[in-house]
Write a protein that binds this ligand. Sequence first.
Ligand code: HEM
Length: 364
Amino acid sequence: MEDTPLWLITRHRGALQLLCDSRLSTDPRRVGHPFAAMAAHGRQRAGQFIDMDPPEHDYYRKILISEFGYRRARELRPVIERTAHEVLDEFAADGAADLVGQFGYPFSTRVICHLLGVPAEDSAYFHDCTREMIDSFYDSEKLPLARQKLFDYLDSLVGRSERNPSTDTLIGRLAARQRRTGRPDHDSLVGVVFLLLTAGHQTVANMLSLGTYSLLRHPEQLARVRADPGLWPTAIEELLRFHSIVDWVGFDRVATEEIAVGEHTIAAGEGVFVLGASANRDPEAFLDPDVLDIHRDARRHLAFGFGVHQCIGGNIARVELEVGYRALFDALPGLTVAAELDDSCFRYEARTFGMSRFPVRWQP
Ligand code: HEM
């Protein structure tokens, strides 16, 4: 087999250019795509619009856009606040916890359950399925089984909604659309829900842990944002830039035609990785990029991507992060890191960087 060159795009300018170039495809079934060997087919591919190009991709964005807009994120805020407090109340009296297992994941999982419309009585099973999948990311024997278990659950949940569509939930509204228009079909609807779940809960959980860790390591910045809560939105953009959790393999593409980038030419059929983390630390785009500065205007960061595939959940993620950080620092006074963190506390989960455990303590 002939080796095909693979391009790594490290600078912010090149990343912006390429992420909105329609000659780059995200479809892993195309020859030369970096993940061509792992491309899903048939049922596993249906509804996975992150791996589709326009116009197929446009359909999914269109049917989901009202579920993820700014207004919807604002409407969800009270539920997100309630969820954060419920999760924190479960361990706030203990004085010590693992923030990943006891806060980041339970909080983001319960929010996504609410967002999708997973019934309360299924939430424990749903939580177990997602946890099992995350824990088996690097186990090639266990991962397909864990994926299948979650897939089967979502398949049955979608089936129930199709039989009895309710406009109270996201799945119900998509099922109602299916009744009216015939689309998205059952498999595509399961695929959409699977994608929203996998893209939406571990990312938020990882940002909550990593952001908390960084703020604890920069107590003067934490004190400033706590004294002036109006700074949270700016601080969150900076934390997103600084950590860039969807890093080097997040933006995998293949060129469908020849593309010039600076003095280089990417040929049709060559694979491209846009290195989001590297672009977000490009000194041409951000002054002193390795410094965390919650006052900087980091809004040009690529932590949510750019172009047609830019994160659909960005508005909701921002609310989850602001609510999560604020609730955490308010509920756990004197929060500190409980033990020296070593490499085992950090990990890659599929395409995202995060923490596997984060021991903390506080004065209960
Ligand atoms: C801090 C949290 C999050 C981060 C850092 C993040 C990051 C990203 C990035 C970088 C992409 C673009 C990938 C690409 O271009 O190939 C993306 C896409 C996506 N994200 Fe997020 N995400 C977050 C939260 C969420 C949430 C809460 C949801 C939904 C509940 C979500 C759902 C999606 C979906 C469905 C896509 C695919 C969009 C498309 O292909 O049109 N994400 N995300």
